[in-house]
Write a protein that binds this ligand. Structure first.
Ligand SMILES: NC(=O)c1ccc[n+]([C@@H]2O[C@H](COP(=O)([O-])OP(=O)(O)OC[C@H]3O[C@@H](n4cnc5c(N)ncnc54)[C@H](OP(=O)(O)O)[C@@H]3O)[C@@H](O)[C@H]2O)c1
Length: 263
């Protein structure tokens, strides 16, 4: 294999692609779904809010935009949707697991039940969705899974006590998944956004550096998928410096983050 060959096998051209997006009702997932539909892909749209999924699908025929509402923390609902979507299309080329939630937590605010609830959505949900589609993808012998984590999973950050742990876990999961699945012909994409303006970040009261729109995030995701990159991270002006911080020794890292955030 050439040294800089794409890490993932190529996806079909969008007009031939069948994509299932979990977390397609708002924000990054909705913007990505709209762009894929506009590019001619068949897209199955999942999340809990059916009315919002309908809005995303508006203007596209039901044969192209399949609405499959579900709560992805419900394993049976995931299994039912997997059977319906793969059955309707005779397979699936890409499962994008975008769904997630966010809550700021500092050490003195830690409540075990709240932490469980967040981990259930941000970590157990993606793991359950992966488990629901893997047997069919392995049987196909092709296709890919994309997992949306966050740069907040790179290293510890103030206010991200539980969110950061969930996203760090998801990054590790995606890396390990890649090593198992690539030799079997499947692709794995790890998507690490910086700050994106969505209902999730609209709650933030601080000024978010390098904030981009959900449409810009979707463009970066589509470009990364097309390039076959394992990690798709954006905007680079924010994520590249954060990657450098990853290699700092703890003493320097803690001091720098304190100076940057005041926390
Ligand atoms: N925005 C950012 O700055 C940013 C940065 C880094 C990473 N991310 C990650 O990007 C992903 C998308 O976030 P976003 O910013 O686009 O936020 P968002 O607009 O709040 O979207 C979250 C999506 O997840 C779905 N979802 C949540 N719980 C679900 C459940 N139990 N079952 C099914 N779907 C569920 C929501 O749909 P329903 O409510 O309809 O179920 C919605 O479609 C998240 O994983 C987030 O952690 C975001």
């Amino acid at each position: 294999m050439p040294l800089f060959a794409p890490l993932n096998p190529p996806l079909p051209p969008w007009p031939d692609a069948r994509v299932w997006i979990i977390g397609a009702s708002t924000g990054i997932g909705a913007a990505t779904a709209k762009k894929l539909l506009a590019a001619g892909a068949r897209v199955a749209l999942s999340a809990r809010q059916k009315d919002k999924l309908r809005e995303v699908a508006r203007g596209f025929p039901a044969t192209q935009a399949l609405i499959e509402p579900l709560d992805f923390t419900d394993a049976e609902a995931l299994a039912r949707a997997q059977r319906r979507i793969f059955g309707a299309w005779g397979g699936c080329d890409l499962v994008l697991i975008v769904a997630g939630t966010h809550k700021e937590v500092r050490a003195w605010e830690l409540i075990a039940a709240d932490a469980d609830a967040l981990l259930k959505v941000n970590l157990n949900g993606p793991l359950a969705a992966t488990a629901a589609v893997l047997p069919a993808l392995l049987a196909q012998g092709n296709g890919a899974i994309g997992l949306v984590s966050s740069v907040a999973g790179y290293r510890g950050l103030p206010k991200a006590l539980v969110y950061g742990a969930s996203k760090a876990g998801l990054i590790n999961f995606a890396e390990t998944l890649y090593m198992d699945l690539r030799p079997r012909g499947l692709g794995v994409y790890l998507i690490n956004p910086g700050f994106v303006k969505t209902p999730l970040t609209d709650k933030n009261e601080f000024k978010m550096p390098a904030l981009i729109t959900a449409e810009e995030a979707a463009d970066d995701i589509l470009a990364g998928l097309r390039a076959g990159a394992f990690e798709i991270h954006f905007p680079r002006r924010f994520t590249c410096p954060l990657k450098l911080l990853r290699i700092l020794p703890y003493r320097a890292y803690f001091a720098l983050i304190h100076r940057m955030t005041g926390l």
